[in-house]
Design a protein around this ligand. Structure first.
Ligand code: GLU
Length: 305
């Protein structure tokens, strides 16, 4: 595995130049674009890493996968009354479909869909309860109590989040949000601002590769049918208008974040996290996707194998 990870990073390294660091969130614009890390967690809970795999980065939209698991556990299938599960073919922060589809976001992994999920996870509790749930899940699954919110990134997002607020107000006008807009966006900005390393993230996502169970302890994190459905949504919607390209090249359920991380799930094998901050035009890490492509080519872990 050490060799495979080193080879994946070597194949990916030249692709760093093909991307651009997210700069619409000022705190993210400061990240060094040459960073490149990868980690793999296996069914024994063992974690391998290479490159900058121990450096925490902003997980951004990768958090949407975990809040989806938590919200499904909290409210069940009724979540789907407020959010769909179709690919959007649009950018992460697009507003166009929301109008024609009467405020119901296409899927839980675009920004408006994730805000609906966060609103449902909050329920009738204070907004911070959703973040407490998220951190508890991430810390338990990463086996690391130090996982937390990067307050500088959270502040930076909140200070510049006009577009996300617009999306939330738009949905509010259609009755899709139960809580106040500011409560929902604040929690959403904070979930996106969680910082984790590749090693922590790979370990945290492991339950999705084993039908919802932490394969090391045997404890059920989410029901098997939910884990399968979360993976299906990741496969079809995890990279916005780049989801088809990612499925074509990598063939694994994955979720990108504009911090440059990608979480990819190899069902029955394990969980992979990569990080390289320079993004393609759809907000997916350019070198991160290349590393996963190289890893899958070598291991044969595509779900289409
Ligand atoms: N916090 C980011 C935003 O809402 C998340 C986008 C992403 O990671 O794709 O703009």
């Amino acid at each position: 595995m050490d060799d495979i990870l080193a080879e994946a990073l070597a194949a990916a390294a030249p692709h760093r130049a093909a991307g651009k660091v997210a700069d619409y969130i000022p705190a993210l614009a400061k990240v060094d674009p040459s960073k490149l890390g990868i980690a793999f967690a296996d069914k024994g809970g063992r974690v391998w890493g290479a490159g900058d795999c121990d450096e925490p980065f902003s997980i951004q939209s990768i958090s949407k996968v975990f809040t989806l698991a938590l919200a499904l556990d909290r409210v069940g299938a009724k979540l789907w009354e407020r959010v769909g599960r179709e690919p959007s073919g649009s950018a992460f922060n697009s507003i166009v479909q929301l109008e024609s589809e009467r405020g119901k976001p296409r899927n839980p992994l675009i920004n408006p869909g994730a805000m609906v999920v966060t609103d449902q996870l909050i329920g009738d509790r204070p907004g911070e309860a959703a973040i407490a749930d998220l951190l508890a899940l991430l810390r338990a699954q990463a086996r690391d109590e130090s996982v937390t919110v990067d307050e500088e990134v959270a502040h930076s997002e909140a200070a510049t989040g006009a577009r996300n607020r617009a999306l939330a107000w738009f949905m509010k006008s259609f009755g899709m949000l139960s809580n106040d807009v500011e409560t929902v966006v604040e929690a959403y900005f904070r979930q996106c601002s969680v910082a984790m390393s590749c090693r922590q993230l790979a370990r945290a996502g492991l339950f999705l590769a084993f039908d919802g169970r932490d394969p090391e302890s045997g404890v059920e994190v989410t029901a098997w049918h939910r884990a399968r459905r979360i993976n299906s949504v990741m496969m079809l919607c995890g990279h916005y208008d780049n989801s088809g390209e990612f499925a074509f090249r990598v063939g694994l359920p994955g979720k990108s974040g504009v911090g440059g991380g990608i979480l990819a799930i190899a069902p029955g094998h394990g969980s992979i996290a990569v990080w390289s901050p320079a993004l393609n035009a759809s907000g997916t890490s350019a070198a991160g996707a290349a590393a996963l492509e190289a890893l899958v080519e070598r291991t044969g872990w595509s779900v289409f194998f």
